[in-house]
Design a protein around this ligand. Sequence first.
Ligand code: MLT
Length: 311
Amino acid sequence: MTKPVVLIAENLSPATIDALGPDFETRHCNGADRAELLAAIADVDAILIRSATQLDEEAISAAPNLKIIARAGVGLDNVDVPAATRAGVMVVNAPTSNITSAAELTMAHILASARNLGAGNSSLKAGEWKRSKLTGVELYEKTLGIIGLGRIGGLVAERARAFGMKLVGYDPYITQARAAQMGVTVMELDELFACSDFITVHMPKTPETIGMIGAEAFEKTKPGVRIVNVARGGIVDEEALAVAVADGRVAGAGIDVWATEPPEHSALMEQDCVNVTPHLGASTVEAQEKAGVAVAKSVRLALSGELVPDA
Ligand code: MLT
């Protein structure tokens, strides 16, 4: 009997394959390579992806046998969910798999920005000893503005509190009770811009959040603010940020996610006080294992006709 085919289109933890078990034929392809993806998807029953594979209407239509799309991560912004629904394809993700990793990378970027770690690292390796030029700031008693107080924003709040930071937040959906439990003072976005020494964003990418921290926001932010984006590329407008860094309104930034990945030329790459990483928020052994195992279980259930519980 032929086994259902599961296509693994991105680099996933070996635990994913173990969790799938022996009942499937597993194949691999590079989902970021469009031609390779469209050829490989043609006769598969399930596809496992992370963030680099675009499963739009064209890709979904190229897969007439497809029954389930499993996204080993939090967001679903690279999947055309309405197109999948129209085609009768189930879409699942692993919404809690990497929240700790994302929150920890956020703290790493906040600390790296406060203490000029990127510039210290690159200048020392280039043979320079720039101690006085790289004086940083403490996190203690600084105000952290958290935009988006969901699962990841909440974990960031918990960690930042341990550094003695004052926490303010913006989230249209948070209740006062939940915010109080997190120790976060909720306010309007403009107020948050005006009082925050550090701003970190933890919102999904939607038409409303694209460019949310852009030229207009940088007119309102506190002079010397530091900006972190480990959420989704484009929520912080890269060009506007580069201008605000160049003219000194923004003292530093940590950017993990990009409007286009990999990013094309960005002025941010040339700015010493901007630390950059290549979308590493979920890239830990632990997060990848949790995400891979969670989606493998969903695929097993879906392909054996069983109910897939909400993650
Ligand atoms: C996520 O949405 O969970 C991550 O962006 C996944 C990834 O790193 O590919």
